[in-house]
Write a protein that binds this ligand. Structure first.
Ligand code: A4P
Ligand code: MG
Length: 183
């Protein structure tokens, strides 16, 4: 009986969705910046960080003459709409010193990409969901596999695990340790 009352006192927000975020950095204090980004997400009341992957040191994709990346992934529960969540990610990138140049492949202090948001499929000018290039990227799929192996790509119907199995380049990534700060 008392548990029913507790449940009424703390209603579940049925609009909340799961979102998978990929983090990347290849300039400056890479690990410190990835952790600062997670800290900023954790500080928000409209987002709950429910899982954090390990950190992987990865070969840069796209241009050989740039430093190696650290990549990781986090899983969020949020009541934000997809575009509002993207704005939060861009705001955190800016706060952490990300500047945008003309070259898409240029080095960056922090990149936060929205990979999957439940079953949402979107082709808006500012946001494409699922992220259009995540299926070919071991640096996204490896960390995501750790925290959400059965999350589904709503376009292909495949799980993160099966996308990772089919993805080349897995062996180039070196696991360096946890993203979450150990207490
Ligand atoms: N945008 C549209 N859809 C999304 C989405 N699902 N998530 C728009 C995030 N943003 C999305 O993003 C440009 C615009 O894309 C945003 O303003 C948003 O409106 P951006 O972050 O400025 O551009 P970007 O990150 O340089 O482009 P993009 O396409 O995300 O770059 P990539 O393709 O992610 O490549 N190698 C390794 N090893 N590890 C990496 O992390 N990253 C890149 C960046 C290259 N090589 C890498 C890595
Ligand atoms: Mg990006």
């Amino acid at each position: 009986m008392s548990s029913d009352v507790d449940a009424l006192a703390q209603p579940i927000d049925v609009r909340e969705t799961l979102a998978a975020i990929a983090l990347g950095a290849n300039l400056g204090d890479r690990l410190g910046t990835l952790r600062a980004a997670v800290g900023q997400l954790c500080a928000r009341t409209d987002v709950a960080v429910i899982a954090q992957s390990s950190v992987y040191d990865t070969e840069p994709l796209g241009s050989a003459d740039q430093p190696r990346y650290l990549n990781a992934a986090v899983l969020l529960r949020t009541s934000l709409e997809p575009l509002a969540l993207l704005r939060v990610l861009l705001e955190i990138e800016r706060a952490l010193g990300r500047t945008r140049g003309e070259d898409r492949w240029m080095s960056r202090s922090i990149d936060l990409d929205l990979i999957l948001m439940s079953d949402c499929v979107l082709n808006a000018e500012d946001l494409v969901l699922p992220h259009p290039r995540f299926r070919e990227r071991a640096f996204v799929l490896l960390p995501l596999f750790e925290i959400a192996p059965s999350m589904h790509d709503p376009i292909t119907g495949k799980s993160v695990e099966s996308l990772l199995r089919a993805c080349p380049g897995r062996s180039d990534a070196v696991r360096t340790g946890p993203l979450a700060v150990e207490t």
